[in-house]
Write a protein that binds this ligand. Structure first.
Ligand code: KIV
Ligand code: ZN
Length: 399
C-alpha cells in the first residue's frame, strides 16, 4: 500500500526517503562542529546531491544551532528541512518549530528514550509518563507542522510491547514518520528486521506512516542494519556523509546509496541521489571539518578505486569489471588508478611507461627498467611518476 505523506504526497512502494543527518548527528561527533557558513555550504551541497530531508540541527541546544537551522530553512530549497527536539523538553518543540518555520517543507523531529535502561537511569521516568509525553509531544509538534517525525531513542533495546504502545501513541497523536534508532549500535541485521516486522504486524496505523531506520556503527553494522531494515519495510533511512556521527558514527549515506545502485537485483528500491556528486560532497565535508576519510573507506576513500597488485592490475587492464563492481565515474572519481608498488606487475608498468611517453622501449630495456623499478619499490613505500621517469632515463642512457 502506498503512503500519502504531507511533504512527499503519494509515495511509490519502492521509494526510499534519504534523510541526511550530517549536520545534526554527524556534527555531534567530537571535533566535527561546523559554523553557520560551513553548515549552509554543506546543506546546499546535500540539496544538490538529492537528499530528501536535511536534519539541519538541534535548535534548542544553542543559539548557534538555532541560527544555522533557521538560515538553512530560509535559504535551501529542495529537501524537507528538519529540526530536532526532545519530546519532553520544555522549549524544544517551540524552538524547533520557529527555526524551520520558513522552510518550504518544514519537519519537526521529536525523540524520547523508551528502553528500560534509559527510562530508569537517564530520564528517571516511569514508562507511563514517557507514553504520556509521546502523545503530548507529537500533538504539540503537529500544531506547528503536518510533517512530524517521532523517534524511540534506544529503540532497539526497548521492550517490544512497550515499543508497540509508544509507536501507536505517536501515530494517533499525528506523527507521520516513525523512526527506530539503534542508538548504541548494538543490534544485528536480524534484530532490526524483526523490530520493523513486528511493528508492521502489531501496530494499528503502521501502514499509514513512513517507518525509518537510524543505525549507529559501534559494531560496524550500521549499513548492514539499514539494508536489513529496508527489506523489512522501512522507507526512510537516516545516514550521514562519510558515516560521521556520535562515537563510531552513523550509517554512511554513500555506502547505502551505492549498495542500492549496485545491487538493484537484490535491493529494488529507488531514490533521488545523484551519485556522481558523492565524492565532491565527501571531500567538502572533510575539508570543512578537517578530518580526512580513511584511505580504505568504501566509495570515497582514496584507495576505493586503486589497484596495486600485479594480478589485479593485469585484470583491470583487460577488463575493469574483473576487479571493480561500480565505475569510479559513477561516484565522482575521474578514473581508477593503478598504483605502482612492489606488488605491481609488468603489464601495469608497461602501461605506465606508455602514459609517461616511453611507449616504444624495446623488450630488453623494458625488462631492465622493470627490474630496477622492482628493487626501488622494495625500499620505497610510494613510487612516484618522477621516480619512474628517472629510472627509465637512466636505463635509456646506460644502453
Ligand atoms: O541515535 C539516536 O537515537 C538519535 C536520535 C536523537 C534520533 O540520534
Ligand atoms: Zn543517532
Amino acid at each position: 500500500m502506498s503512503i500519502d505523506h504531507p511533504s512527499f504526497g503519494r509515495i511509490a512502494d519502492d521509494r526510499v526517503i534519504l534523510f541526511d543527518t550530517t549536520l545534526r548527528d554527524g556534527e555531534q561527533s567530537p571535533g566535527f562542529s561546523m559554523n553557520l557558513t560551513e553548515k549552509l555550504r554543506m546543506a546546499e551541497a546535500l540539496a544538490e546531491l538529492g537528499v530528501d530531508v536535511i536534519e539541519a540541527g538541534f535548535p534548542v541546544a544553542s543559539q548557534g544551532d538555532f541560527d544555522s537551522v533557521q538560515e538553512i530553512a530560509r535559504v535551501v530549497r529542495g529537501p524537507v528541512i528538519c529540526g530536532l527536539a526532545r519530546t519532553g523538553g520544555r522549549d524544544d518543540i517551540a524552538r524547533a518549530a520557529e527555526a524551520v518555520r520558513t522552510a518550504a517543507r518544514p519537519r519537526i523531529h521529536n525523540f524520547i528514550s523508551t528502553s528500560p535502561l534509559h527510562m530508569k537511569y537517564k530520564l528517571r521516568m516511569e514508562p507511563e509518563t514517557v507514553l504520556e509525553l509521546v502523545t503530548r509531544g507529537n500533538v504539540a509538534a503537529r500544531n506547528h507542522t503536518d510533517d512530524v517525525e517521532w523517534s524511540a531513542e534506544d529503540g532497539s533495546r526497548t521492550e517490544p510491547d512497550f515499543l508497540c504502545r509508544c509507536v501507536e501513541a505517536a501515530i494517533v497523536a499525528g506523527a507521520t514518520t516513525i523512526n527506530i534508532p539503534d542508538t548504541v549500535g548494538y543490534a544485528t541485521p536480524e534484530d532490526m528486521a524483526a523490530i520493523f516486522t513486528m511493528l508492521r504486524e502489531r501496530v494499528p496505523g503502521a501502514d499509514t506512516v513512513i517507518l525509518s531506520a537510524h543505525n549507529h556503527n559501534d559494531l560496524g553494522l550500521a549499513v548492514a542494519n539499514t539494508i536489513a531494515s529496508l527489506k523489512a519495510g522501512v522507507r526512510q533511512i537516516e545516514c550521514t556523509i562519510n558515516g560521521i556521527g556520535e562515537r563510531a558514527g552513523n550509517a554512511a549515506l554513500e555506502e547505502i546509496v551505492m549498495a542500492l545502485r549496485t545491487r538493484q537485483d537484490a535491493l529494488p528500491y529507488s531514490n533521488n541521489i545523484k551519485t556522481p556528486n558523492l565524492l565532491r560532497v565527501s571531500r567538502m565535508l572533510a575539508t570543512i571539518t578537517g578530518f580526512d576519510v580513511q584511505p580504505n573507506k568504501a566509495i570515497v576513500g582514496r584507495n576505493a578505486f586503486a589497484h596495486e597488485s600485479g594480478i589485479h592490475q593485469d585484470g583491470m587492464l583487460k577488463n575493469a569489471a574483473t576487479y571493480e563492481i561500480m565505475t569510479p565515474e559513477s561516484v565522482g572519481w575521474t578514473k581508477s588508478s593503478l598504483i605502482l608498488g612492489k606488488h605491481s606487475g609488468r603489464a601495469a608498468f608497461r602501461d605506465k611507461l606508455a602514459a609517461l611517453g616511453y611507449g616504444e622501449l624495446g623488450d630488453n630495456q623494458l625488462n631492465d627498467a622493470f627490474a630496477r623499478f622492482k628493487s626501488l619499490a622494495d625500499h620505497k613505500k610510494t613510487v612516484y611518476d618522477e621516480d619512474i621517469v628517472a629510472l627509465v632515463d637512466d636505463e635509456v642512457r646506460d644502453h
